[in-house]
Design a protein around this ligand. Structure first.
Ligand SMILES: Cc1cc2nc3c(=O)[nH]c(=O)nc-3n(C[C@H](O)[C@H](O)[C@H](O)COP(=O)(O)O)c2cc1C
Length: 148
């Protein structure tokens, strides 16, 4: 089961996360979408893969996404849980700082990078939503086939 965790302040990351869920559910009806604030290590431990969707704020991960990773970091290390993860960053004009920070944290748990991190810049327009849907579908399909 793919767990899609998101944090969104303006709603853009939320739209992308919902599109990713739609794509994931085409492959696996059990895929789950959850707000970062509602998720902890127990929810992550029930998943087979984790897709984190959030914004870049001030060159780093958005606060809600960072809070989620800070809360699950040591509990997941203690559980010796290693999951494949994906990253979808919503950004105004950059996004690379958030990707770098998330990668560093995931390496420390350690989770394995299943997909190349995706940055979607600007509004959640039709193309952005399609890209997010494809990302979710690809991740869920890979999990179902056992290739991650
Ligand atoms: C406080 C703040 C800081 C931001 N900093 C960056 C930034 O460093 N780089 C960037 O590309 N976009 C930046 N943005 C733009 C957001 O990443 C972008 O609007 C994103 O789509 C917001 O998604 P969300 O609010 O749904 O999470 C910033 C937005 C805010 C509100």
């Amino acid at each position: 089961m793919l767990l899609i965790v998101y944090h969104s302040q303006s709603g853009t990351s939320a739209k992308l996360a919902k599109a990713a869920l739609e794509g994931a559910r085409e492959q696996d009806e059990a895929a789950v979408l959850a707000r970062a604030v509602d998720c902890g290590s127990a929810e992550v431990s029930r998943a087979e893969g984790l897709l984190l969707v959030c914004a870049e704020n001030s060159g780093r991960l958005s606060g809600g996404a960072k809070d989620f990773l800070d809360r699950v970091f040591y509990p997941l290390i203690e559980r010796k849980l290693t999951l494949p993860y994906g990253l979808l960053v919503s950004a105004g004009n950059d996004g690379r700082g958030a990707v770098e920070e998330a990668r560093r944290i995931f390496r420390g748990i350690p989770f394995t990078e299943a997909l190349e991190p995706r940055i979607i810049r600007g509004q959640a327009d039709a193309q952005a939503l399609e890209d997010a849907r494809e990302l979710g579908a690809g991740f869920a399909a890979g999990l179902a086939m056992g290739i991650f």
